[in-house]
Design a protein around this ligand. Structure first.
Ligand code: 0GY
Length: 295
């Protein structure tokens, strides 16, 4: 199956970052896509990406100076987590996963995901990517994965907080928000939606935010300095509840694929001290993804 029209493949030749992540650093948001010949994309997907196989992910991890990955199930594979599990097993302890499951998942299948290193389930609310899942279904899925000690990763936009906030905080797990809940850069750090998100994080100590994807929200373009204040505000206010990720292989970029080396060089701008970097890249993701590990 051909890539979707206009789909932009990942950068073919990223630059070597100047910034060197600390030992044990974790890229806590990336994906594997296919290869399609072995792990076909889901019939109900909303886009067809290029193959982004585990070998390329692991080579990119090493090139950028990271030790470990958290691989997040993307919507193009829907609830078929086989490519994810295959990558987790091949990573031999150096990767953990976030799966996407429906409520028809069996306890045996959940156990298999757990043994492979899955630590979370993703709830995606972005309308261009998925059809809506009813709240009662999500609540039942959350109750089942809570028993495994997993958490819930939420991909939505800050404006969705008003409608979803109380539902999400009633779930019995840690919550991890993808991509700072999609800040609107033109509104600035002082904008109402971002300030609401900060207050929500203040009020709910079981919430984490990924300070990821400046390339998705930037108006200025690389090196995405206009997104730095949002990420830095989160890192400084919640130093023990932030995660960093590359988002490789960057699905659905509109204009260009980001240079992964440029993305890594943003880290010292958003986490300016080595203590903050250690929390962001090592301590926080280790606590969520490796601490009570069986693999
Ligand atoms: C991301 C972002 C996107 C896609 C997906 O599940 C997905 O297909 O995550 C996106 O297009 O915003 O998290 O990498």
């Amino acid at each position: 199956m051909a890539m979707s029209a206009g789909y932009i493949p990942f950068h073919p030749n990223p630059s070597k970052p100047s910034y060197r992540p600390p030992q044990g650093a974790i890229d806590a948001h990336c994906h594997v896509f296919g290869p399609e010949a072995k792990f076909p994309f889901a019939p109900k997907r909303k886009y067809t990406p290029c193959d982004a196989p585990k070998e390329k992910l692991f080579a990119t991890r090493d090139f950028l100076g990271f030790d470990r990955n958290v691989i997040v199930q993307a919507t193009c594979h829907d609830t078929d987590n086989r490519a994810l599990v295959d990558a987790l097993i091949a990573a031999d302890g150096k990767a953990r996963g976030v799966a996407f499951i429906g409520e028809d998942v069996t306890d045996d299948a959940l156990g298999e995901l757990d043994r492979a290193g899955v630590k979370g389930v993703r709830f995606n609310f972005i309308k261009r990517l998925v059809d809506t899942t009813p709240k009662d279904v999500m609540a039942r899925v959350a109750a089942r994965v809570a028993r495994l000690g997993w958490h819930i990763v939420v991909y939505f936009e800050q404006a969705d907080l008003a409608e979803m906030g109380s539902f999400l905080t009633a779930l019995p797990t840690v919550l991890v928000f993808d991509h700072m809940a999609c800040p609107q850069v033109e509104k600035g750090v002082g904008g109402a939606d971002f300030q609401n998100f900060l207050r929500f994080m203040d009020a709910n100590a079981n919430c984490y935010s990924k300070v990821t994807c400046p390339e998705r929200f930037s108006i200025a373009g690389p090196p995405y300095d206009d997104v730095v204040p949002f990420a830095r505000a989160l890192v400084e206010r919640f130093p023990e509840r932030v995660l960093w990720g590359s988002d490789w292989p960057h699905p659905n970029m509109k204009a260009q694929a980001p240079d992964d080396g440029v993305l890594v060089d943003i880290i010292p701008k958003i986490a300016p001290t080595s203590a903050l970097q250690e929390l962001l890249l090592v301590d926080n993701p280790t606590r969520l993804y490796w601490a009570s590990s069986r693999r």
